[in-house]
Write a protein that binds this ligand. Structure first.
Ligand SMILES: CC(C)(COP(=O)(O)OP(=O)(O)OC[C@H]1O[C@@H](n2cnc3c(N)ncnc32)[C@H](O)[C@@H]1OP(=O)(O)O)[C@@H](O)C(=O)NCCC(=O)NCCS
Length: 161
């Protein structure tokens, strides 16, 4: 899919000023969109990390990773790329950056839920090693089914001497 030339984008932590840009990306979702209040909360709480794909100060993509204290798993709550910049690797870069954060937080892996008909997202996650953990009938507000995917990191192998 990544056939479009990659725009000059860096991945950085989100800040309060990104709230508007993140909300604009929410228009991509057919249901279960985040409210302005939730976005501002995610930008401020220690149990969430917001990653921004920044193109010259503009929010070209965003990912919200939840790091709940009572879970061994990190959870990707939301990821979206501006339609103008899709297909050039930004989604993959955001998810890989989230993996880096989850590993640094010593999580067992990453889990997430995705609409069963979201071909692009399923392609993205499967390409990064996610496997199906559960089918979730009528999971979304509009009644659409979901799929829970998980990517376990596995233990780093010990090298023999
Ligand atoms: C899903 C989404 C984040 C992907 O972002 P992206 O930057 O376009 O994806 P990338 O360019 O990094 O593509 C990475 C992989 O995803 C898959 N992919 C991306 N778009 C795809 C499409 N339209 N059809 C099929 N597979 C697709 C491919 O496997 C691709 O790997 P490849 O380039 O080696 O073929 C983007 O389509 C989006 O914002 N969608 C709307 C919001 C959404 O659905 N979020 C996911 C909710 S769980």
């Amino acid at each position: 899919m990544s056939r479009v030339p990659a725009p000059d984008v860096s991945i950085r932590r989100g800040r309060a000023a990104d709230a508007g840009g993140i909300l604009a990306l929410e228009a991509a979702f057919p249901s279960d969109r985040m409210s302005a209040r939730s976005v501002r909360r995610f930008l401020g709480v220690p149990s969430a990390r917001v990653l921004i794909a920044d193109r010259a100060g503009e929010v070209a993509g965003a990912l919200i990773l939840l790091l709940r204290r009572n879970s061994h798993w990190a959870r990707i709550y939301s990821v979206a790329v501006d339609p103008r910049y899709r297909g050039c690797g930004l989604g993959r870069r955001l998810v890989e950056a989230a993996h880096g954060l989850a590993r640094r937080e010593r999580r067992q892996g990453v889990s997430l839920e995705v609409r069963a008909d979201n071909v692009a997202a399923l392609g993205l996650y499967r390409g990064l090693g996610y496997v199906e953990a559960a089918r979730l009938p009528a999971y979304y507000e509009d009644g659409a089914p979901g799929i829970r995917l998980r990517k376990p990191f596995g233990r780093p192998r010990r090298t023999r001497r």
